[in-house]
Design a protein around this ligand. Structure first.
Ligand SMILES: Cc1cc2nc3c(=O)[nH]c(=O)nc-3n(C[C@H](O)[C@H](O)[C@H](O)COP(=O)(O)OP(=O)(O)OC[C@H]3O[C@@H](n4cnc5c(N)ncnc54)[C@H](O)[C@@H]3O)c2cc1C
Length: 603
């Protein structure tokens, strides 16, 4: 499915006006482009800074996604030095390709906890879980898997465009689940139901029956590419918003465009403009959307004045409220022969699986890097957080509700080190890590300069709230207990006398009853990394002081401007963000259609 016919890469070939202009072809932008162009009388322009995904083979093979990070399909962002993390900086990959980050991500399919959405309702009516539930369901085409017959199909969508399934089992995932159960984490057949997500299970992936990634681009854009009323332009960046000059209050007229510079090349000074008859919808993601707003004069006035940017609308919350999921770093374990899939990282190790994937799609390369997970609460008294070495860690509850987690435990049968300071520990590794799902620490995106090609300053302010490292340290304690529990322990080769704190296997080879909380905190500070889910920098809410968009996703006080991407999330989700964003964008499209009934004739 899909053709490149309606994808152009030359901004000079565009018309001067479209009904809707969408900036960014990620999770938000692709869903909107599809739904708004369903009516043939409505013209839609989708602008993407990166290239087309159609010929990017590594974006199709699920297991090769790490090879896309750091390359031309990645914005290659980096945080500022983090004061509370030994001044370390952190690489922050973000997709720069049709599909956005959904074309380079790890494809873990998770609808998060129902109360994550319910807690928005008070300040952003209409976004409860029950309102979003039909969108979760209608977006997906879940293909049942014979080994997962316990998934209750009444909760799952089977008619949607977005392919979801249980990927092939990889070594050790059954043992990981059994050991989770052995320490007291209940098994649930499916993380993605209204009953909530607490428990351990196999991870579902947005992968199609042919073993290929199902991204926002393959699911939503490709089926719409033949529509003459949809134009997709790649390798083109929106540099700023344009406003009607005579308007008494700010009103967006269109966008200014530039060619995306080739890697290592200077940007061209050439610019184009395109107008929107109805509105511009920003969907550039948590980092780029606030940057575009700030460059256009929408944001905290003191920051705009500092850069001599004329203030179009003083909105103090632009770029604030940045919340990311920080993960502990991988607790690495030496694995018994045949247990790990690290061999896939070598040319010859991946050769046969690649041939098999190319010929049949049925290959380990069509699986998920992390095949399973557990979502738990750090205040669960039934879980083994205690240790003889140190007093019990006391952390405040930051969850979205009683039935929601604040920790995710992820395991993978391979070296899974994403920390840019660390080298992968080699072959035959099983990695277990904890992720902090509900950080209290909040950071900022601010301008580094007025040059749209300069990266903005990203400061997630990790661990500025001391509660966060306490919760994460509890998660790491489970990462030490679970692998020492049967049956997983039998698949590992844990040595008991490792005193070299610089060794990647050091923490996993400590006795959980003698390693101290201090040791664990210090290890986290040296090993933690992003789990790639930054949100919140243009948050939704009712107040112009604390939020950027209203419950209809319109920017406060600026006409013809809306935002539909991860930046609008009021709080961090307790899980992975793609499925919620696909559902949110589906509802956003319906809101837009209901506001332009003269244009959308009941579609
Ligand atoms: C490495 C990685 C792994 C992840 N793993 C998972 C996972 O397993 N499961 C999960 O659910 N989520 C995962 N995520 C998160 C998920 O992919 C994102 O939360 C989601 O894609 C965000 O959607 P978005 O629409 O906000 O932005 P994006 O999907 O990032 O899309 C934004 C798009 O806008 C374009 N753009 C930005 N600025 C401009 C501009 N000025 N002009 C033109 N175009 C512009 C970008 O190039 C990009 O294509 C992962 C993310 C990454 C990076």
């Amino acid at each position: 499915m899909g053709s490149s016919n309606s994808i152009v890469s030359d901004p000079s070939s565009l018309e001067s006006q479209y009904d809707f202009i969408i900036v960014g072809a990620g999770a938000g932008g692709c869903v909107l482009a599809n739904k708004l162009s369903e009516d043939p009388s409505v013209s839609v322009l989708l602008i993407e800074a990166g290239k087309s995904h159609l010929k990017e083979i590594k974006a199709k093979i699920p297991m090769t996604f790490p090879q896309l990070l750091g390359g031309p399909c990645d914005w290659n962002y980096e945080t500022t030095p983090q004061t509370h993390v030994h001044n370390r900086t952190f690489g922050w990959p973000r997709g720069k390709i049709l599909g956005g980050s959904t074309s380079i991500n790890a494809m873990m399919h998770h609808q998060c906890a129902p109360s994550d959405f319910d807690e928005w309702e008070a300040d952003a009516p209409g976004w409860s879980y029950e309102t979003l539930r039909p969108y979760f369901k209608s977006s997906e085409k879940y293909t049942p898997h014979p080994k997962h017959s316990d998934v209750d199909m009444s909760y799952r969508g089977t008619e949607g465009p977005w392919q979801v399934t249980n990927p092939p089992r990889v070594p050790v995932c059954d043992e990981c689940l059994e050991s989770c159960k052995a320490v007291g984490i209940p098994y649930i057949p499916d993380f993605n139901t209204p009953n909530g997500t607490l428990g351990c299970s196999h991870m579902q992936g947005f992968i199609d029956p042919k073993g290929q990634r199902s991204s926002a681009a393959t699911a939503y854009l490709e089926p719409a590419l033949s529509r003459p009323n949809l134009t997709v332009v790649t390798m083109t960046m929106v540099t700023q918003l344009l406003f009607f000059p005579q308007s008494s209050s700010p009103k967006v007229k269109g966008v200014e465009l530039a060619r995306t510079p080739a890697p290592g090349k200077m940007p061209s000074p050439q610019r184009w403009t395109v107008d929107a008859r109805n509105e511009v919808i920003l969907a550039g993601g948590t980092i780029n959307t606030p940057q575009t707003l700030l460059l256009s004069g929408i944001g905290p006035s003191e920051q705009l004045k500092k850069f001599n940017i004329p203030v179009v609308k003083d909105l103090p919350a632009v770029g604030k409220n940045l919340a990311d999921h920080v993960m502990s770093g991988s607790v690495a374990y030496r694995a018994a022969p045949g247990t790990s899939i690290d061999y896939l990282t070598t040319f010859w190790g991946s050769f046969i699986p690649l041939i098999r994937w190319l010929l049949t799609g049925k290959s380990i390369l069509g699986g998920l890097v992390p095949p399973g997970a557990a979502f738990v609460r750090s205040d669960d008294p039934t879980l083994p957080y205690s240790s003889k070495a140190s007093p019990d860690i006391v952390a405040k509850d930051a969850t979205s509700g009683k039935n929601a987690p604040d920790l995710e435990l992820i395991y993978a049968p391979l070296s899974f080190l994403t920390s840019n300071d660390n080298k992968a520990p080699g072959t035959n590794v099983v990695a277990v890590l904890a992720a902090l799902l509900r950080p209290k620490s909040k950071g900022t995106i601010t301008l580094a300069s007025t040059d749209p090609f300069d990266k903005p300053l990203i400061d997630p302010n990790y661990f500025s709230d001391p509660n966060d490292i306490e919760v994460l340290a509890k998660g790491v304690r489970l990462c030490l207990r679970i692998p020492r529990t049967e049956p997983l322990v039998k698949k590992l080769r844990i040595r008991e006398s490792n005193s070299d704190k610089t060794d990647v296997f050091w923490l996993g080879e400590q006795d959980p009853d003698t390693v101290t909380n201090e040791d664990i905190r210090e290890w986290i500070l040296n090993n933690c990394a992003t789990l790639f889910h930054p949100v919140g920098t243009a948050r939704m809410g009712s107040s112009q002081e604390t939020s950027v968009v209203d419950a209809s996703l319109r920017v406060h006080g600026v006409a013809n401007l809306r935002i539909v991407d991860a930046s609008i999330l009021p709080n961090q989700l307790s899980g992975h963000s793609t499925a919620p964003l696909i559902a949110i964008s589906g509802r956003a499209a319906d809101i837009i259609k209901s506001e332009y009934t003269d244009k959308f004739k009941g579609l």
